[in-house]
Design a protein around this ligand. Structure first.
Ligand SMILES: *Cc1c(COP(=O)(O)O)cnc(C)c1O
Length: 368
């Protein structure tokens, strides 16, 4: 079976470095926050070119803490893309606000910035562009709309570590950006981990407080916060991986280019990269009107594939209760029916890739 991702292959490619980082953590006696976490926070801030980085327990917590720090809550609306991982919508709801969806651009799968303004009301407080699949959202029009309407921008950068918009790293555009180091992300921990980054000193302080029960001074809670601390083991592992992430992203880009070349003559839609974008291919997404049959055929031939995401968030139970229904966001709904991801990870070999492409060719030739 060719898997969708192979986390063990990546571990083995840098095993000595990871093992040393883990053992050093065990010896340090420091397991939650502490020097390893501070070092990793500084490294990510430098990598993205931002002032503050705050390590958290997950990318989902990063979204919650960013929203809370920006005082988004009951009665407020937050604009998000109609096609994304549920956490983008769920976190907005969990702070008491309402997610207001905007359909995607069907070519790039990113929020369609030209449809944002009509979704703005007097209750809108923020926009969360998601850099879905590792391709940046079109940030300039989004930032311009946000400035015009006095809205905050929270980037959901969970899938796009290392991506660039007009030569500048995603995660460095919004008031806050949220990162996830879930194991399968482009920079992945060996457990859950996340981060918020910002240029703003006051926001950074507030998010640090929210991370530990609203404390500025230990045990003196000034507001209700969370326990959402990054642990030292994950920070040490991520620190060891960080110097490799550009090479890995380059490999993802090469493999994706090779897929594009090999599949271009077939009746299947390959991903695009806008001319202002540096795509880091968190996922390699194909589109086909015969997706389900194609996936079954791949499976039968020993090739994994996966649908991200079968259910657009507006059609989830919690969002249906807000009044959203089928037909509201046609491009997102069609993407949910027609798109799927092929195996993609930096260690995927050319031979594996050739096999995947041969099987796709076999099916698509048969189906004509
Ligand atoms: C992974 C992901 C998250 C959540 O991150 P976790 O670390 O899994 O909590 C949020 N948004 C998007 C787009 C994601 O892909």
């Amino acid at each position: 079976m060719i898997p969708l991702v192979d986390l063990k292959a990546q571990y083995h490619s840098i095993k000595a470095e990871i093992d040393a980082a883990v053992l050093a953590t065990l010896e340090s006696g420091h397991f939650i926050l502490g020097p390893a976490v501070t070092k990793f926070e500084d490294s990510v801030a430098a990598y993205l070119g931002v002032k503050h980085a705050i390590g958290l327990a997950s990318g989902t917590d990063a979204l919650v803490i960013a929203l809370r720090a920006l005082n988004v809550g009951a009665g407020d609306e937050v604009i998000i893309p109609a096609y994304t991982f549920f956490a983008t919508a769920g976190t907005v709801m969990s702070v008491g606000a309402k997610p207001v969806f905007v359909d995607i651009d069907p070519e790039s799968y990113q929020i369609d910035a030209s449809k944002i303004e009509v979704a703005i009301t007097s209750k809108t407080r923020a926009i969360i562009p998601v850099h879905l699949y590792g391709h940046p959202a079109d940030m300039n029009p989004i930032l311009e709309i946000a400035r015009k309407h006095n809205l905050k921008v929270i980037e959901d950068n969970a899938q796009a570590f290392g991506a660039e918009y007009q030569g500048k790293k995603t995660g460095s555009f919004g008031e806050v950006a949220c990162l996830s180091f879930f194991p399968t992300k482009n920079l992945g921990a060996f457990g859950d981990a996340g981060m918020v980054v910002t240029e703003d000193d006051a926001l950074a302080e507030r998010m640090r407080m929210l991370r530990t029960h609203g404390w500025k001074k230990k045990y003196y809670s000034e507001e209700v916060g969370y326990n959402s601390r990054l642990d030292a083991m994950q920070a040490a592992i991520l620190q060891a991986k960080l110097p490799h992430v550009d090479t890995w992203n380059e490999k993802r880009r090469e493999i994706s280019q090779r897929y594009n070349e090999k599949l271009k003559a077939l009746n299947v839609v390959t991903p695009i990269e806008k001319d202002w974008a540096k795509h880091v291919y968190h996922l390699y997404i194909l589109r086909s009107s015969r997706r389900d049959e194609l996936q079954a055929f791949l499976k039968q031939k020993g090739i994994a594939s996966e649908v991200y995401y079968p259910l657009p968030p507006h059609l989830s139970e919690p969002c249906r209760k807000l009044g959203y229904k089928e037909g509201d966001f046609p491009h997102a709904e069609l993407a949910a029916r027609e798109t799927f991801a092929l195996p993609l990870y930096p260690e995927l070999t050319s031979a594996q890739q050739d096999k995947i492409c041969a099987v796709l060719k076999e099916f698509l030739a048969l189906s004509k």
